[in-house]
Design a binder for this molecule. Structure first.
Ligand code: ATP
Ligand code: MG
Length: 420
């Protein structure tokens, strides 16, 4: 072991397990790429104010979990704790919304950072794949995103996940509800921290996981009863579109989510095999975010799915993904001359698109065959002096154990035919 270890709350992705993470990212991205979403990549850090204004000063993400720092030049930056604010910032900066083709649909994949108490499924560095549809108010767009996330999870074979759905209202009806809720909450027996929260972010209290708090919340006014007609109709249509698409969801009136920018549709994907860190992904509509960060009014909707927790969900369901074989052919040279010839053949195979690897380090036959076995290769190429003198290499089928000589000049074609 070296003197150093991965920092607290982080872990390394190591083969072969890292292949699962890659496959999960690809499985989540596939339905997006297939539905008009273009890939976007933004920096790992941003001006800290983008998050404090965008995500919200009163949220846990900004007030407790953000890695904020000042550069030597005095600029205040933060490692990105989430993707939406950055993606919207980038879209506005590039004027994508002015190209006359709304919504702008984007997807992303990357690392996010939150200073959290590390535990199973909760890390300080984690990865998400996300999607944002910017600049359109259309219930079909909200439904599309939920359907695509559902499709992604199903394509991985996941079954024990549930979709929780709610509407948070808009700038007309939410303030009225907020007032009513504050009035109710102020009369409760709550600790000082929670009392402070009543004034800055009362909806979050509905989400409080403590039993003592939840008990007192019985009889609290519910947003559902305060939704304006426009929000009600919008929500009803999202629900109908999901039902028509065969996507099952649960209405969860207490679903609030941790970010200030959500309006109307909000949803979360939870997995029942994960214990307390059960949220594998979440999202919603954020019609006011663009204006909060200095842009024009651009109603938008998006989600982010946690890759780490999705991998844990696969483990919880005992799902083993079929990962593509990394090596099809493994070359084992016996002697100096064979080393040169087989190395050239491996290069040729790779250029022809065949996944090939080579026994390095001057190993003897036994050690080299062990490497061939470990590589998972379907065929091993063995050649010694006598083979070369005859112009052949020995092609060993690792499944049947059968070995056949193949003419060296024709080896690439012969191997490609067998693999096809
Ligand atoms: P939680 O309620 O578990 O704190 P969250 O509401 O903070 O989740 P979001 O900001 O909505 O999560 O992020 C979307 C997804 O990213 C989550 O559903 C989860 O899968 C993943 N995620 C968030 N924070 C972490 C973390 N610290 N470690 C691992 N995954 C995370
Ligand atoms: Mg969180």
């Amino acid at each position: 072991m070296s003197t150093f270890q991965a920092p607290k709350g982080t872990y390394d992705l190591i083969p072969p397990k890292s292949g699962v993470t890659l496959a999960v990212r690809e499985a989540i991205a596939a339905p997006l790429k297939n539905s008009g979403y273009g890939y976007i990549e933004t920096p790992g850090f941003e001006n800290v104010e983008l998050f404090s204004r965008g995500v919200g000063e009163s949220t846990d993400i900004v007030s407790k979990e953000m890695y904020a720092f000042e550069t030597k030049g005095g600029t205040k930056l933060a490692l990105r704790p989430e993707g939406t604010a950055s993606v919207l910032r980038a879209a506005l900066q590039a004027n994508l919304h002015k190209l006359g083709n709304l919504p702008v649909k984007l997807w992303y994949s990357g690392s996010y950072y939150r200073y959290e108490r590390p535990q199973a499924g909760r890390y300080r560095h984690f990865s998400q794949v996300g999607a944002e549809a910017i600049g359109a108010e259309d219930p079909a767009l909200d439904a599309e995103l939920i359907i695509l996330a559902d499709q992604a999870y199903r394509s991985l074979g996941l079954r024990q996940f549930r979709i929780l759905l709610n509407s948070l209202g808009d700038k007309e009806c939410r303030p009225v509800y907020r007032d009513a809720l504050q009035g109710f909450l102020r009369a409760l027996e709550l600790d000082e921290d929670t009392r402070r929260r009543i004034e800055i972010n009362p909806l979050r209290i509905l989400d409080d996981k403590r039993d003592a708090v939840q008990k007192q919340l019985a009889g609290a006014p519910m947003l559902r009863d305060y939704l304006c007609d426009a929000c009600k109709a919008y929500h009803e249509e999202v629900r109908e579109l999901l039902t028509a698409a065969g996507v099952t969801y649960e209405d969860d009136e207490k679903l609030v989510r941790g970010l200030d920018y959500y309006t109307r549709t909000t949803f979360e994907f939870v997995h029942d095999g994960l214990g307390s860190q059960s949220a594998v992904g979440g999202g919603g509509r954020y019609d006011g975010l663009s204006e909060m960060i200095g842009g024009p009014a651009l109603p938008s909707v998006g989600w982010a799915l946690g890759v780490d927790r999705t991998v844990l969900a696969l483990e919880a369901e005992g799902i083993e993904l079929e990962l593509p074989a990394t090596t099809s052919v493994f070359a084992v040279p016996l002697g100096e001359e064979a080393r040169r010839v087989l190395f050239a053949l491996v290069t040729e195979l790779r250029r022809a698109g065949v996944a090939a690897d080579f026994s390095y380090g001057g190993k003897g036959l036994k050690g080299a065959m062990k490497s061939a076995n470990r590589s998972g290769a379907r065929y091993t190429l063995v050649a010694g002096e006598r083979d070369l003198a005859e112009g052949v290499v020995q092609l060993k089928d690792m499944e049947s154990g059968e070995q056949t000589p193949v003419a060296l000049v024709d080896a690439v074609n012969a191997i490609r035919e067998r693999l096809a």
